[in-house]
Write a protein that binds this ligand. Structure first.
Ligand code: UDP
Ligand code: MN
Length: 242
């Protein structure tokens, strides 16, 4: 049987959530042997998302872990770390050895062919991510032998691995062997910190998507309408008064 891909999606409640998760969930329905780990940034698993997952029909795990208050106060909060960490622990505890871990944010857009690219990951695999940063793409840079020698990314920021969260996958057995591997609570450095903690070198990286020449995932973002959020708050307080 082909390896299971554990897709880890951090999410949180806001007006756009249902639209994002419907689009992503129905994309995942097209992929064989996927296990979706939906990780809520909250103290408990919400009923609305439990119902959504039951109806969707994918194999899933629903977990919840809130961002600690000390980080929530920051102007640049590390988004989705506590919930991704909880999912990491679940994969360590329950994942199949030949399985693959993939972080896929709820607002991204993905071509399902990428799942077949990552499925045979032995340590860590990588590929380009579209619509990210000032260059519109972030990608590993390869030499003529197909070995990663650096990164093309508009925001180097002193990172060793200049990669977006959607730009890599990890083998579950390899993850399990790296006992100290974890994701830091540092905005913008979540990927770099996690990949460093996996103790890989650049030549270890398994390159995918036709030697990193194809874009199969995009860091799309949904605009937030501040008035929409304001209206919701207003209506809620109106209701309380009644
Ligand atoms: N997220 C979260 N809690 C938050 C904000 C975001 O769990 O308070 C999740 C969000 O649903 C997404 C991921 O973390 O899956 C990245 O967040 P976002 O898309 O806002 O970040 P950006 O794309 O701007 O880096
Ligand atoms: Mn996003």
């Amino acid at each position: 049987t082909i390896p299971i891909i554990y897709v880890v999606t951090p999410t949180y409640h806001r007006p756009e959530m249902a639209a994002e998760l419907t689009r992503l969930g129905q994309t995942l329905l097209l992929v064989p042997r996927v296990h979706w780990i939906l990780a809520e940034d909250s103290k408990t698993c919400s009923q609305v998302l439990s119902d959504f997952l039951e109806k969707l029909g994918l194999p899933f795990t629903h977990i919840a872990s809130p961002m600690p208050d000390i980080y929530r106060k920051l102007s640049q909060a590390p988004r989705g770390v506590s919930n991704r960490r909880a999912a990491l622990q679940w994969v360590r505890d329950h994942g199949a050895d030949n399985g693959v871990l993939y972080f896929l944010d709820d607002d991204n857009a993905i071509d399902i062919r990428l799942f077949e690219e990552m499925r045979d990951t032995r340590k860590v695999s990588m590929w380009p991510v579209g619509l990210i940063g000032l260059y519109s793409v972030s990608s590993p840079v390869l030499n003529d032998d197909g070995v990663v020698v650096g990164f093309y990314d508009a925001w180097p920021a002193g990172r060793k691995f200049q990669v977006d969260m959607a730009g890599f996958a990890v083998n579950v057995e390899y993850l399990r062997k790296q006992r100290k591997a974890s994701m830091p609570y540092i905005a913008g450095h979540e990927e770099d910190g996690f990949l460093k903690s996996l103790r890989i070198t650049l030549p270890d990286i398994e390159v995918k998507a036709n030697r990193c020449t194809e874009i199969l995932v995009w860091h799309t973002r949904t605009t937030k309408n501040p008035l929409r959020t304001l209206n919701l708050t207003k209506h809620k307080s109106d209701n309380i008064k009644e």
